[in-house]
Design a binder for this molecule. Structure first.
Ligand SMILES: C[C@H](O)[C@H](O)CC(=O)C(=O)O
Ligand code: MG
Length: 402
């Protein structure tokens, strides 16, 4: 089969600081409206500042907005993907990365990926918004390739190793998630090391209440969003053990490798230590794996795309660790269904009260599959590319046409 070449790459943004409209969700899933559980006094490294304690949006968590990358092939087929990078991402795509994409054949994804990573090293710092942007391009390329050869991405990656994906839910209401068929519920912690023992007592009270509601078997986890120090995390983990907490997630910022190593030594037996959603390099994941992280949690939209996610999964596999990506919907589903070390996956509950299942990237993707009774089947993923379409009724802007 003679494959077409890529003729155009285009980058659009929605929301973020550069936009007039906020609270739309999309690729920047933290950009939600008022009174959403995801912005209600979640513990963060900024919690120590009174004025930034209540809301993550107050310190700029939704400042980037959605980036949409669209690629077009010489046969007229288009592919696209989204991530969190907004207008900054648009600039990087149109003025820098476009040179590595346009003119290549649609199957030259690994070559383009390597060129994008190496050419941006001088300003990427090995992560952050540059890697988010590269991820969106990588995902768009996989989508295009799949649409050209009329195969779902998971088949291009080697095929499914299981018939269905089982999900746990992240949100404020694990008790409701249980009723919706999920296998577990991950709660955000609301208090950080800045609040000392009182913070621990308050989060344990929430955990105890949830344990009471969901019974003994349902998984409960804590997502600590980089808000702790080793001492606090150790105390919280031990206080949570009687309530059968399954794991402690992202207690520290991504580069505090020694803190993870120390916590791993201090954890109660059987409790898992997880992290990775803010790590953007292969080297970073290797260090986390070396430190004994039990579950690596890359975000496929922030770690270099599906191409990087497969490499990260291999690092975890080589040590008998799991890789359970951070949210990211279809972009994760197509990869994890091919991984032998991803026995379950995450559904991020973007409904304001976490009381029903809403597609994670609503409203930007059309036909985004969601779990029913906590499950998505391989069959549901059987559409070319990632099997989703771009919702063109969203207010997309193209600020840097090249
Ligand atoms: C709930 C967390 O603070 C964050 O918004 C999402 C996350 O880290 C996760 O799903 O994991
Ligand atoms: Mg997390």
């Amino acid at each position: 089969m003679k494959l077409p070449t890529i003729t155009h790459i285009r980058a659009y943004s929605m929301g973020g600081a550069a936009a007039k409209i906020h609270g739309q969700g999309g690729g920047d899933y933290h950009d939600q409206g008022k009174d959403h559980w995801i912005d209600n006094h979640i513990a963060t490294p900024m919690s120590k500042y009174k004025e930034y304690e209540q809301s993550r949006q107050s310190f700029g968590l939704n400042v980037l907005g959605t980036l949409v990358v669209e690629v077009e092939a010489s046969d007229g087929t288009t592919g696209f993907a989204i991530s969190t990078a907004g207008t900054i991402g648009c600039f990087i795509v149109e003025h820098h990365l476009s040179r590595f994409v346009e003119g290549k054949r649609v199957d030259q994804i690994k070559l383009i990926h390597d060129q994008m990573l190496n050419s941006t090293l001088f300003y990427s710092g090995g992560g952050g918004v540059v890697i988010n942007t590269i991820s969106a391009v990588d995902l768009a390329l996989w989508d295009l390739y799949g649409k050209v050869v009329k195969l779902p991405v998971y088949k291009l990656l080697g095929g499914a190793v299981r018939d269905e994906i089982h999900f746990y839910a992240t949100g404020a209401r694990p008790d409701l998630a249980q009723k919706m068929g999920f296998i577990g519920g991950k709660l955000p912690t609301h208090w950080s090391s800045a609040f000392g023992d009182e913070g621990i007592e308050k989060d344990i009270a929430t955990l105890a209440d949830m344990r009471e509601r969901v019974g003994d078997k349902f998984w409960l986890m804590f997502d600590c969003w980089m808000s702790q120090d080793v001492n606090y995390a150790t105390k919280l983990a031990h206080a949570a053990a009687p309530y059968k907490l399954k794991w402690m997630e992202e207690c520290f910022p991504p580069n505090q490798i020694e803190s993870y190593r120390e916590l791993k030594k201090n954890m109660p037996k059987g409790m898992l230590m997880t992290t990775g959603e803010h790590t953007g390099t292969l080297e970073g994941f290797k260090e986390l794996s070396d430190a004994g992280v039990d579950i690596l949690q890359p975000d496929v939209g922030w770690c270099g795309g599906v191409t990087s996610l497969c490499e990260i999964a291999a690092i975890a596999k080589s040590r008998g660790q799991l890789v359970v990506p951070h949210g990211s919907s279809v972009y994760s589903h197509h990869a994890v269904i091919t991984f032998t070390n991803t026995p379950f996956s995450e559904m991020l509950m973007t409904a304001p009260k976490a009381d029903h299942v809403r597609p994670q990237f609503d409203p930007v993707l059309l036909d985004e599959p969601v779990p029913h009774d906590g499950i998505i089947t391989a069959e549901e993923l059987d559409k070319p590319g990632f099997g989703v379409e771009l919702n063109r009724s969203c207010p997309l802007e193209r600020p840097f046409e090249h």
